[in-house]
Design a protein around this ligand. Structure first.
Ligand SMILES: Cc1cc2nc3c(=O)[nH]c(=O)nc-3n(C[C@H](O)[C@H](O)[C@H](O)COP(=O)(O)OP(=O)(O)OC[C@H]3O[C@@H](n4cnc5c(N)ncnc54)[C@H](O)[C@@H]3O)c2cc1C
Length: 187
């Protein structure tokens, strides 16, 4: 889900049109909990530039961002991971491991975008205090038939293991659920 605020940032980068054109406009969040339905507008503030969120697969968003990077001359090396990182007074030394083995790169700066559990955070000694349980999310795309509710809403079922459904283009749904066990997550 791409929030209204993220759309404003993409607009500043000149990237908002393909994202708004490809994605599903989401106006409502519907939460079912304890046999009660709660309904909320997602971004309906008066005067908001984008009074909706956009639901779009990460793969399509990456495609838009990748095209833009390429137009700016950036080259993306997939399948390369940061293995080790040391910081000196004049910069950083990073060991990268890719298809052709390890290489060492020296640079003044390293911008780590490898996530909450990433090697950059670990090497920099940044605390990884977890606020939530370590239980895995299971994520998959599905078609749900018959589906009679509107597709411009995100339904979240919080009872039991819970499931959040986000609409995708072509009446597909991205389903997020908390697995009760590793076997559940694989199934
Ligand atoms: C189930 C679920 C649903 C979510 N839904 C939404 C949503 O709808 N909208 C939303 O805005 N946010 C959502 N979030 C939150 C969102 O996914 C995170 O906030 C966001 O992905 C964080 O981005 P990031 O770039 O910091 O890290 P990540 O997205 O975790 O990206 C890190 C990347 O670094 C790579 N990497 C890891 N280690 C290394 C290494 N050593 N070397 C090289 N690369 C490495 C990983 O493979 C990964 O590609 C959701 C999260 C979860 C768990």
């Amino acid at each position: 889900m791409i929030t209204a605020r993220s759309l404003e940032v993409f607009a500043q980068l000149g990237l908002v049109e393909p994202i708004v054109d490809c994605g599903v406009h989401i106006w409502e969040l519907v939460v079912a909990a304890d046999e009660t339905l709660f309904d909320a507008a997602v971004a309906g503030q008066p005067g908001a530039t984008y009074p909706f969120n956009i639901a779009l697969s990460e793969a399509e968003l990456e495609h838009v961002l990748g095209n833009d990077l390429a137009q700016h001359g950036a080259v993306v090396h997939g399948g390369t991971s940061l293995h080790q990182l040391t910081q000196g007074s004049g910069g950083v030394e990073a060991t990268l491991v890719g298809g052709s083995g390890p290489t060492t790169v020296r640079a003044r700066w390293l911008v780590g975008l490898d996530g909450f559990l990433g090697a950059t955070r670990r090497a920099a000694g940044i605390d990884r205090r977890r606020l939530h349980s370590d239980r895995e999310w299971a994520v998959f795309d599905a078609t749900v038939q018959p589906w009679t509710s509107p597709v411009e809403a995100t339904p979240a079922y919080l009872d039991g293991p819970g499931a959040i459904l986000t609409p995708l283009p072509n009446r597909r749904w991205r389903v997020y659920t908390r697995a009760a066990s590793d076997t559940d997550a694989v199934a």
